[in-house]
Design a protein around this ligand. Structure first.
Ligand code: FAD
Length: 419
């Protein structure tokens, strides 16, 4: 076993890879240990809001993200009858220098992984290493791994270990062995992608309906790359359901479990059931989170991203908050050195910030706009939206969320760089 002076990162998802690039930028050596034998571009769409786009820009990744993602132009809300409720600009349209990217999770992971390989070398990511626990003394932390077939591998020693190993984090379980099951919000989600003609502006993030009758989130994640002009469109159908699906990102869903709720959604701006039927496959995932933890840090070990703060995906902030965690942590390790002090400062800053996001995602995320209209109009079509709710009230819901999540123009435009 060799005693190294590096940071050990567990998990090569969005959080782990961003942390590796940020540590490299800060001049701190690190290695990533990833459970799967080979990283494949899995998942469907995610959004990176301008606060995360700023961090990736400071890592020099804007050009690559511009090539693979879609820069959202607007955020637009409809009721379940297809009537327009509210529309506002997104990303640079809101006055930020940084865009909002709508992007395939696999494309984002690939951009990050390629940059890691280029900057840190090909052996910076060690696949086939499933973390099963960590021990530490005053100076070092030692992490144990097994191979994909379950055989123990040589343990690895470093100065710090950061668990970026997602919703089933092994090191979170080690820190909190008695933690309860995930908190199910009573809503299941079905997700898919289809090649389709551009919808609305061709860069619109659409939210429609409400959870009790069926809600959709729809946005393009890849621009047309061939002569057909079709974009890759990501959709998420959300429906109240007493039974939570298994918390597995790869679980296949069935059309008959949700499509009936959307059969009548044939609007002049989109035929929703046709879009769903055009999708190659459907994934099912429960909308659940976990109660915020009081602390993520134990000595030389800490948590980051979904391992630290799984949240319900109602504010497009899961990946973004993982990116922010990574940047704040790298900045503090650079400033304070590779010891527990940096981790404690990281803990103080990021536990508080992400707790606010986790709790606001439960109660008042941007799609609360849809809830307000659904409840006030009792789910019926309206003659004029202003008779139901004012545009200024709708704007305030959206702005409140930006403040909570840290991408309101005042905060984002003025805060110094983390690294
Ligand atoms: C396969 C997959 C598909 C996803 N699809 C979507 C999606 O479609 N939409 C969406 O909103 N979010 C999706 N997510 C989650 C999304 O990526 C995260 O919410 C967000 O980006 C925060 O990233 P993270 O790095 O904290 O976690 P993740 O992106 O989940 O990354 C965690 C990484 O850790 C690895 N890992 C897990 N356990 C161990 C272990 N014991 N030892 C070593 N490595 C381990 C995982 O293989 C993974 O690479 C997906 C995640 C995964 C893993």
């Amino acid at each position: 076993m060799s005693k190294a002076s590096e940071v050990i990162i567990v998990g090569a998802g969005v959080g782990g890879l961003t942390l590796a690039l940020s540590l490299h930028q800060a001049g701190i050596p690190c290695r990533i240990f990833e459970a799967v034998p080979e990283l494949r571009p899995l998942g469907v769409g995610i959004n990176l809001m301008p606060h995360a786009a700023r961090e990736l820009a400071e890592l020099g990744l804007s050009e690559r993200l511009d090539q693979v993602g879609v820069k959202a132009q607007e955020s637009v809300f409809f009721n379940s009858h297809g009537q327009l409720i509210y529309r506002e600009p997104a990303g640079t349209g809101l006055g930020y220098p940084w865009p909002q990217y709508s992007i395939h999770r696999g494309d984002l992971q690939t951009v990050l992984l390629e940059a890691v390989h280029e900057r840190l070398g090909d052996d910076a990511v060690q696949c086939g290493h499933r973390c099963v626990g960590a021990t530490q003394n005053e100076d070092y932390v030692t992490v144990s791994f097994t191979s994909p077939s379950g055989q123990p591998l040589e343990p690895v020693t470093g100065r710090i270990v950061v668990a970026c190993d997602g919703i089933h984090s092994s090191l979170r379980k080690q820190l909190y062995p008695a933690e309860g099951a995930p908190r199910y919000s009573g809503v299941n989600m079905w997700r898919g992608t289809a090649y389709w003609d551009p919808i609305l502006t061709g860069a619109s993030m659409i939210r429609a309906g409400w959870l009790s009758v069926g809600k959709m989130v729809i946005y393009p994640i890849r621009n047309a790359r061939d002569g057909s002009g079709k974009q890759l469109i990501n959709w998420v159908a959300e429906l109240e359901s007493p039974r939570p699906a298994e918390r597995d990102w790869g679980r296949v869903g069935r059309l008959e479990d949700f499509l009936p709720a959307f059969e009548s959604w044939k609007f002049d701006w989109l035929d929703v059931p046709a879009l769903i039927r055009a999708s190659e496959s459907v994934l099912e995932y429960p909308m659940c989170d976990q109660d915020p933890l009081p602390t993520w840090t134990h000595g030389r070990l800490t948590l980051l991203g979904d391992a630290a703060h799984p949240m319900v995906p109602r504010g497009s902030n899961g990946a973004g908050q993982a990116v922010l965690d990574a940047r704040v942590l790298a900045g503090l390790l650079k400033k304070e050195g590779l010891g527990p002090m940096a981790l404690q400062k990281y803990d103080r800053e990021r536990v508080a910030a992400t707790t606010r996001v986790v709790l606001t995602n439960r109660s008042n995320p941007p799609d609360a706009i849809l809830r307000e209209v659904h409840e006030r109009s009792q789910g019926k079509p309206f003659a004029r939206i202003d008779d139901v709710i004012s545009q200024s009230e709708l704007r305030e819901i959206a702005e409140n969320y930006r403040r909570v999540a840290g991408f309101d123009a005042a905060t984002l435009g003025t805060r110094p760089s983390y690294v």
